[in-house]
Design a binder for this molecule. Sequence first.
Ligand code: NI
Length: 138
Amino acid sequence: MPNLVRFGVSLEDDLLNKFDRHIKQHKYTNRSEAVRDLIREELVKKEWTENKEVTGAITIVYDHHTRELVNKVLDIQHDHYASILSTQHIHLDHHNCFEIIVTSGKATEIEKLFMKLKSTKGVKHAGFLMATKGEGLK
Ligand code: NI
């Protein structure tokens, strides 16, 4: 169990009121956990900007009838196989496919993979989630 350290924070009452409304909307039971989450969020962003080993998820939606698109999407994923842990393919309807690509590796490599998929002609939407391997976060 890590040592808990208490510290005081001074801020304008307007800002604190906004923060309290925010944490209520997000179902936090106290300010401490909300502050801890904000700190963790910043630390995860830092892992990405400092090109650490991270995890993430990429989603894409595309029409598999679009000429050569399935092959292009597959080629890109094979070019980046070292950053990909798994890919789940869901057939949304007769035309549209949804893929969730779970990634792990250097942040810049995952970003390259995302940008290649996003900029592929015919990909209707590409989503990106930055996550962490969790080391160093409590
Ligand atoms: Ni499909």
